[in-house]
Structures are given as C-alpha cells and as structure tokens.
Design a protein around this ligand. Structure first.
Ligand code: PGA
Length: 244
C-alpha cells in the first residue's frame, strides 16, 4: 500500500503526519506500507518511521549517480536520506516534465543500481482509452521501458497501473477495468520474463483510491496493492486504506 504525496507537506507537516499515522498501522502485517513524500521531507519521514515497518520512497530519481544535472536528485542521495523506494515514470512526470519510456527505463535501472525498489508507473490517457488503444499503450510502455530490464532486475520492481483519466479526478477505474489492464500487463511479463516472474510480481492500482473503494479494488485477485495520491495525505484516511 503506497502513498504518493506529490507536491504537498513541509518537514514539520511530515513529522505531524507520522505521529498520527504510525500507531494506526503498527499492527498491520498483511502488507508493506510505503509513503513517498517530496525529496525535501525524505529525511524527516525516514526519521519518523525509524524502528517501524513503514518504508519511505522518493517520487522520482535521476538516472545518473552524480553530475551536472541541475534540479535532479540521485539514487545515492535518496538512499542516504533513509528512503528505500522510488516512484518512476508517474504520469504527471510523463505529462508535464517530458518523461519518456526511455528515461523511465534509465531511472528504473538507476534505482536498482543504488539498492532502491522502483515503483514503475504505466497507464493510458483518456483519449487512448476512448479510442480503444488502452492495451496497445500499455504494451508499448512495457516494451519500450520495462522490457529493457534483465530478469534479475525485473524481479525487484513493482509496477503501478495508473490510468491517467482516474488520477486526481475522483473517477476510479471499476475493479473490472483495473483487473483487465493488470491482466494485460501480466501477459507482457509472462511473455518476456516467464511464468514465475508473472506470478510473483506485484501490480498496484492507482487513481482516486479512497477508503470507501479500496475494498472492492483489493477484492480483485489481479490487484496486489494500491498507489494512493490525494487520500494518502490524511493519516487517518490512509491508515484506513492500509487496514482495509
Ligand atoms: P490520486 O493519485 O489517488 O490522487 O488519484 C494517484 C497517483 O497519482 O499516484
């Protein structure tokens, strides 16, 4: 169960969140819990969850270790601030910041190189769904991005299916729509990496997940977890999603 805070919260607000959130999920052993705050809060977040099972992730990661890349944050920097995960290829990065399948692959490889678990996002836009191209888009994002990983690398990633039309819009994909997309992605994994990889990999659903719809989404065997934006900002709300 992963929370993506996007561009919200200061370090002080981060600490306040975990004071409330941590006791609410202390006994939640049925899943892994990851919160991805802005880079500037990673250290505060990692400090606040120290000694618990909650993990911290970045929302992006540079493809290089260091260098002249103004505004980028590298894997070693993220790891040194106490994070263990990194979201890669979120649709907002693809849409507003020029992220492509090629850079998604490079960033994913960098996360793995520096010991971080990448949460790699794929998903179609509204016009792509309406024109019947959802599966073609997912296949293309998989083939041009994720499929560049070796088998060993692939075994360490998590995929998040986030239909762009469902993100921040209040329009959740129906459990059936989400499950169909997850099946299409798993089919690609099966063809490229084999049955064991397809069976053991985790695919999260993201897009307007809320405390009141998490149960029906998680009831789909294809959905292994969720990536939550807006509803992850509130400690009580996100705890109720974790403890669905
Ligand atoms: P949302 O965002 O839950 O606010 O729709 C999900 C995401 O972008 O990861």
């Amino acid at each position: 169960m992963a929370g993506n805070w996007k561009m919200y919260k200061t370090p002080a607000e981060t600490t306040a969140f975990f004071e409330k959130f941590r006791p609410l999920v202390e006994k939640s052993e049925h899943c892994e819990v990851v919160i991805c705050p802005p880079f500037t809060n990673l250290a505060a977040a990692a400090g606040a969850v120290n000694g618990s099972a909650i993990r911290i992730g970045a929302q992006n990661i540079a493809w290089a270790k260091e260098g002249a890349f103004t505004g980028e944050i590298s894997g070693p920097m993220i790891a040194a601030s106490g994070a263990t995960h990194a979201i890669v290829g979120h649709s907002e990065r693809r849409q507003y910041f020029g992220e492509t399948d090629e850079t998604v692959l490079k960033r994913t490889q960098a996360a793995l190189e520096f010991g971080l678990t990448p949460i790699v996002c794929v998903g179609e836009r509204l016009e792509e769904r309406e024109s019947g191209n959802t599966e073609a888009v997912l296949v293309s994002q998989f083939q041009k991005g994720i499929a560049g990983l070796t088998e060993q690398q692939f075994a360490k990633i998590v995929i998040a299916y986030e239909p762009v039309w469902a993100i921040g819009t209040g329009k959740t994909a129906t459990p059936e729509i989400a499950a169909d997309a997850h099946r299409a992605i798993r089919g690609q994994v099966l063809a490229k990496y084999g049955k064991q990889a397809a069976d053991s990999m985790r695919i999260l659903y993201g897009g307007s997940v809320k405390p009141d719809n998490v149960k029906i989404l998680m009831a789909q065997p294809e959905i292994d977890g969720v990536l939550v934006g807006g509803a992850a900002l509130d400690p009580v709300g996100f705890a109720s999603i974790v403890n669905f």
